[in-house]
Each structure stands twice: as C-alpha cells, then as structure tokens.
Design a protein around this ligand. Structure first.
Ligand code: NAD
Length: 260
C-alpha cells in the first residue's frame, strides 16, 4: 500500500513514533528513524524493520531542539535514503509546572521541539513534495492540542500551535496532492507518560497502579490507554490514497478525552 514511499518519523526510537514507523514499514514504506537512545538498541530497531518487512530503514541523527538540525534532517534523509514523501512530526517532550514556576528555558525547549521543529522540517520537505505533486504531512499533536489542562502551559501552547500549523500547511497546498493532518492522541503508555505517572504517584503518595487509574479515570472515559499500534494504523490511513482529500483536519484518538 505504501510501497515505494519514503517515510520520515521524527522521535521514532520510542513510543508512538516507533509504533508509527513499524506500521508504515508493515505497509511497505521505506523508513527513516530519528530520535535519541542507545545506539545498539536503535540499530536493533532499524535492522528489525528491514528483516521483518523487507523495506529499507535508516537512522538519521538530528537534535530537533536545534532549528538547523531540524531543517537539514530532511536533506540527510534525501541523501541516505530518498526524498521524504511522508513526514511524521512526532518528537516531543513534556514539562509540568504552574506558569509562575515554569522555567523559561523549559518553555523554550518544549516550544522548540514540539512546535518549531515541525515548522523547520515542513519547510524543508515541502518544495520536494510540491515538485513531485504528492506528500503527506502528519503532525502528532495531542488531545492537548484541542483542550487545556493545568500545569502544561508550554506543551499545550505548542500542541495548539501545531494544530494551527497543520491547517495552514493544508490550505497552502490544497490544490496539490499534498495533505497535512494532525493526530491528537489521548493518554498513551509511553516513557513520556510513565514519567508523569511516577511523578504523580510520588507527589500524591499513591502506588503506580493507583496513579495510573486516577490519571485515566479523570480525563479518558474509556479508561484504556490508546496504543502506538492504533496510532500507527491511523497514520497509515492518512498516508494512503483513500485520504487524498482528507486535509487540514485534527483527528482525536483519545478514548473520548476531548468530548467532555
Ligand atoms: P516518548 O518519550 O516515548 O518518545 C519521544 C521521542 O522523541 C523519542 O524517540 C525521543 O528520543 C525523541 N526526542 C525527544 N527529544 C528530541 C530531540 N530534541 N530531537 C530528536 N528527537 C527527540 O514519547 P511519546 O509519548 O511516544 O510521544 C511522542 C509524541 O506523541 C510527542 O509529540 C507527544 O507530545 C505526543 N503525545 C503523546 C501522548 C502520550 O500519552 N504518550 C499523548 C498525546 C500526544
């Protein structure tokens, strides 16, 4: 289904990005991985994608907090693999604090990685997509791209901004076969969320199990985590020909997080 396409998934050494990279490879896309982690583990992931799915997979380093590295990531993928047909802007970090206690350097880091990097990769990838008249840009926003919560000022500002960037990308390319959509997950059990659960368990004197139940129970009515595999399937759909006129949208996959 995605045979012959090249997908770059930022932040794909872990969690949701890895789930999306696996889903893309399973449908025949060649995949460029990016993110931090142990080099041996990353190599095992890369080699596993090739062995399991018969596609080409490369790892391309870029620290997306740096605008130049975000921009040149696209050029590196072109050189090491092929031009980027499917760009999944997924890398993200979190920091929680009340606004008056929020360290400005944490604000800058969250905005740089969760929002500005998506602008830099998009502006680097678009001219090639326009020349080929085909492209898919999938921005991994969040339920927090659609609704607010306390203590996450930078994250929520970045994710709302990313939904806005998605709309502009879609509108500017609407007459082409380039689409831009955002996916807005609810809680997914990845390292990013496990840390929040552990912090909460410590702060509130709860067991990790009780902190998990509380976290899901207060915002995610299904009380089940969304999975990276489910998000991978949605990203595959958005990359397909069936989604050629699906653009500018923000898709919640959130266990009804945003419906109340
Ligand atoms: P994760 O911590 O498992 O993965 C984050 C990935 O980003 C990792 O591969 C990490 O190495 C990479 N990364 C971090 N900083 C980077 C940098 N400076 N340069 C390059 N790569 C960097 O987290 P996750 O939960 O899989 O999150 C993935 C995306 O999904 C994020 O954008 C996050 O905001 C979003 N999201 C997560 C949830 C959730 O519940 N887990 C919910 C909604 C949205």
């Amino acid at each position: 289904m995605l045979n012959g396409k090249t997908a770059l998934v930022t932040g794909s050494t872990s969690g949701i990005g890895l789930g999306i990279a696996r889903a893309m490879a399973a449908k025949g896309a060649n995949v460029a991985l990016n993110g931090f982690g142990d080099p041996d583990e990353i190599e095992a992931i890369r080699a596993g994608l090739e062995a399991d799915h018969g596609v080409k997979a490369v790892f391309v380093h870029a620290d997306l907090s740096n605008p130049d590295e975000a921009f040149t990531l696209i050029r590196k993928v072109e050189k090491d693999l092929a031009p980027v047909d499917i760009l999944v802007n997924n890398a993200g970090i979190q920091h929680t604090d009340r606004i008056e206690d929020f360290p400005p350097e944490k604000w800058d880091a969250v905005i740089a990685i969760n929002l500005s990097a998506c602008f830099h990769t998009t502006r680097a990838a678009l001219p090639g997509m326009q020349a080929r008249n085909w492209g898919r840009i999938i921005n991994i926003a969040s339920a927090h791209g659609l609704v607010g919560s306390p203590f996450k000022a930078a994250y929520i500002a970045a994710k709302h901004g990313l939904v806005g960037l998605t709309k502009v990308t879609a509108l500017e390319n609407a007459k082409t076969h380039i689409t831009a959509n955002a996916i807005c997950p609810g809680w997914v059990k990845t390292p990013l969320v496990v840390k929040q659960i552990e912090d909460r368990a410590k702060a509130e004197g709860l067991s990790v199990e009780d902190a998990t139940r509380t976290l899901l129970g207060e915002r995610q009515p299904t009380e089940r985590f969304v999975t990276p595999e489910q998000l991978g399937e949605l990203a595959v759909f958005l990359s397909s020909e069936a989604a050629d006129t699906t653009t500018g949208a923000a898709f919640p996959m959130d266990g009804a997080f945003t419906t109340w």
